[in-house]
Design a binder for this molecule. Sequence first.
Ligand code: LLP
Length: 418
Amino acid sequence: MNDFVYRNGVLFCEDLRVSDIASKVGTPFYLYSKNTFTSHFHAVDQAFGELQHLVCYSLKANSNVAIVKLMANEGAGADVVSGGELFRALKGGVDPQKIVFAGLGKTAEEIEYGLNEGILMFNVESSQELMLINEVAQKLGKQAPIALRVNPDIDVRTHPYIATGLKKSKFGIPLKEAMAEYEVAQKLPGLNPIGVHQHIGSQIMESSPFESSLRKVGNLAKSLKVLGMDIRYINIGGGFGIQYTDEEASQPDQFAAALVPLLRESGCTIIMEVGRMIAGNAGILVTRVLFNKKNEEKKFVVVDAAMNDLLRPSLYQAEHHIGPVVYKDGTPEEKVDVVGPICESGDFLAQDRALPEVQSGDLLAVFTAGAYGFSMASNYNSRKRVPEILVSGKKAYVIRRRETYEDLVRGEAIPQDL
Ligand code: LLP
């Protein structure tokens, strides 16, 4: 389900031609569909509708403040992992009582920020972090609501960089130590354990890993209640997978059909931290062909977007579908590498990909770029970060302008004696 569709070979975002937007804003740029964002959010929200639940939009997927506001307007909470993301969530109007704060390296300053804003809870990842949160909360005369992130040791078939629930992973507290940590937490005056948290990985295509881990986590929640702890939340994390090329991803209602029966009897409010499933197919990256070149081995299409704009292909060998913004009749396909201008061999958007032949000036769309696209962009090679455009029906809004050369050096300073 998304609003990027071809009509007579011409790519539209909702009711606007992508090529018209490119003429106005130049390339490269990220383009988002408001309708896709909201319909994805509601698909997840409704699928779990039978349970008391809260969908926390995971800001790391796409943290533009306009997108955060859009999600907040629809009723979403927020999953944040830094003071910066908390700032964005609050600026986007998310109710602090719907914000969960994760991440395994929170600083005292970030903890204080969260406590002063009255967020729903911290997801805690180590015993030292528990101690620090207790200390900061006591200093402020507050009690910090917390959940422990438990590591259920689940092997999820996904890219190793985004699998997080394995024994060897840096995340969470091993399940068998969790009980003892909760007992410590319960005794500390600055802490109020109210939930259990897991996050087992990202781009998970089917419900079975969730089922195995939720059985473990559900049992833990039950035991904690028996010990007299007021556990009211089970946070199942994020990780629902989506289709990038031709893989098959379970839909929200399929995940819900498998998971709701396991969660129902807990009597807890269920929190989900959903990023990719909401944002992924709600955005594309639009880029222009600069040159065609070839060597003895390969043909290259050099485009004006690069790994600094979309890192996923370089970092994870991720495959994003790429297509022309306007199809030309009768153009033969050829196998090419789509590469950017950055001085790295790893700078590619696709390798050995069959694409209709393109000429300098043609526009290409890199699909499924709404999640972990702009949010992972950098200024490497002193490239200006690209604009983000949000379309709603026939209207397009610049929700982040293209950076300027001055933006690149903002905040830098030349010492006086240089
Ligand atoms: N909750 C926690 C604690 C997480 O660490 C993550 C993602 C999420 C929720 C959201 O997961 P999602 O629903 O989006 O799968 N940059 C990588 C993905 C990294 C995911 C990190 N954690 C990529 O581009 O594939």
